[in-house]
Design a protein around this ligand. Structure first.
Ligand SMILES: N[C@@H](CCC(=O)N[C@@H](CS)C(=O)NCC(=O)O)C(=O)O
Length: 264
């Protein structure tokens, strides 16, 4: 078979983009990776907005198909490239799988920027002139998103948004532990789009030096994460797919954020 023509527009450590990248790796599909630098708002450049009108990563281009929305993209990938299946085996388990991906889309991801943004983006914004930052904020089309970024720029992880997001992660861990009580993966014996949807958030917490958030809370979630990160698709380990200097930077920034969180 001729290799499919696949391009992923992503920003390293952005969970939605990584979710799609991990799915491509699980399926052993070759792809080109284009970095969209969110810290410089490259996602709002007119050429990129033509691919993704909401100005989000990821975008996946497969031949003539231009795809947005990570959950939709992963379902598409599983349909078009079914050789390594990533959907649960039975209708009941597939329904469960979709409840997890729905939870990620509706609850986990909307809260997530309050943890990640202060670490991944805020430091570089603080180094820029106030007018440049104001202009970047003004470009954001959604007023609620714009106001949250303003709050997080001012307060970092001390913002109420960040505290609420960490409680959300704790509740999520409890829910996952319930599901994992009698099985290795969230919907059964097979690693599915449900596990894939959550893995990037846990990887990011690990990369930020914050895995205590789930390690301390639920050993079943800790073991799930270690099992997932060691899957053959990511050999020699999930970390090896991220630039070492980027990981070192986020670990340093994460440690500073964690000290503020722990001080409460
Ligand atoms: N529902 C979308 C959400 C995508 C999304 O929120 N992407 C974030 C990165 S994880 C983004 O591009 N943010 C741009 C910004 O904050 O300006 C999906 O699942 O693809």
């Amino acid at each position: 078979m001729v290799d499919p023509d696949i391009t992923l527009y992503n920003y390293p450590l952005s969970p939605c983009g990584e979710k799609v990248r991990f799915a491509l790796m699980e399926k052993g599909l070759p792809f080109r990776l284009v970095d969209i630098d969110l810290s410089r708002k490259a996602n709002l450049a007119p050429d990129y907005l033509r691919l993704n009108p909401k100005g989000f990563v990821p975008t996946l281009v497969v031949g003539n198909d231009v795809l947005n929305e990570s959950t939709v993209i992963n379902e598409y990938l599983d349909e078009v490239f079914p050789d390594v299946p990533l959907k649960a085996a039975t209708p009941g388990a597939r329904a469960e799988m979709r409840l997890w991906t729905k939870l990620v889309d509706e609850t986990v991801h909307p809260a997530w920027p309050a943890i990640a943004w202060p670490i991944l983006v805020r430091p570089s914004w603080l180094e820029q002139p106030a007018e440049t930052v104001a202009a970047m904020l003004d470009k954001l089309p959604d007023p609620a998103r714009r106001e949250r970024q303003r709050r997080m720029l001012r307060d970092g992880v001390a913002s109420p948004d960040s505290r609420a997001a960490l409680s959300m992660v704790e509740g999520l861990c409890d829910q996952m532990a319930e599901a994992l009580a009698d099985r290795p993966w969230l919907t059964g014996d097979r690693f599915t789009l449900a596990d894939l949807a959550l893995l990037p958030y846990f990887f990011a917490l690990d990369a930020f030096g914050m895995r205590a958030v789930f390690d301390r809370r639920q050993s079943l979630v800790r073991d799930w994460y270690d099992r997932a990160a060691a899957r053959p698709a990511y050999r020699p380990g999930l970390r090896s797919h991220f630039a070492a200097d980027r990981l070192a930077t986020v670990a340093r920034l994460g440690a500073e954020a964690w000290a503020i969180i722990e001080a409460g």
